[in-house]
Design a protein around this ligand. Structure first.
Ligand SMILES: [Fe+2]
Ligand SMILES: [Fe+2]
Length: 184
């Protein structure tokens, strides 16, 4: 019973923190020393940096998108007493699939990017970094419910929701930017 109450309290706390968390538009995370302590080795890796040559949503590169998801998840998990370092690290690696998804299907004939990219990202990330079980599960399940099996951890739920929230904001921001440009 106590476990059930704790679960529902934690679920409420995570949702509240997700709603309260401000959408990150600048690069505030790059001056947050405690965040950088969790992810500095990932951020300086060349393969990770190469995500900057691919567009994710609107005019946001895949690296910027991963940074948004990572920092957002870090802050929510920290507030909720969860494993914020694993959330930050997996958030940064969750889309390490290393191609442009806009042209991928045309170039390769592979039309299931939404379903397959979590395992590609996990394979690429595991080749470079030693990942713990939480990080591996976060990366492979981040597209849930599109991919059928849900995350095993609360950190996984936070990253999964942060990914959707950041993707939505990045897309909306593109239209807002266009509208502003059109009125100048
Ligand atoms: Fe993804
Ligand atoms: Fe993503």
């Amino acid at each position: 019973m106590a476990r059930l109450i704790r679960r529902s309290q934690l679920r409420g706390q995570i949702l509240k923190s997700l709603m309260e968390e401000e959408w990150l538009q600048g690069e505030e995370c790059l001056t947050d020393i405690e965040y950088l302590e969790c992810v500095h080795d990932i951020l300086k890796n060349e393969t990770v940096q190469s995500m900057n040559s691919f567009i994710q949503h609107g005019c946001t590169t895949t690296l910027t998108h991963c940074l948004h998801v990572s920092y957002f998840s870090y802050k929510v998990c920290r507030k909720c007493g969860l494993d914020y370092c694993s959330a930050a690290r997996a958030g940064l690696l969750h889309d390490l699939y290393l191609y442009d998804w806009h042209t991928h299907a045309r170039e390769t004939g592979e039309h299931l990017h939404g379903f397959t990219h979590p395992s590609t990202a996990l394979k690429n990330a595991s080749r470079i970094f030693e990942l713990n079980a939480t990080e591996r599960d976060i990366i492979i399940k981040h597209m849930w419910p599109l991919t059928i099996i849900p995350p095993k951890t609360w950190e996984g739920y936070v990253v999964m929701l942060a990914d959707k929230h950041c993707g939505f904001m990045e897309t909306v921001l593109r239209f807002r930017t266009r509208k502003v440009a059109a009125t100048i």
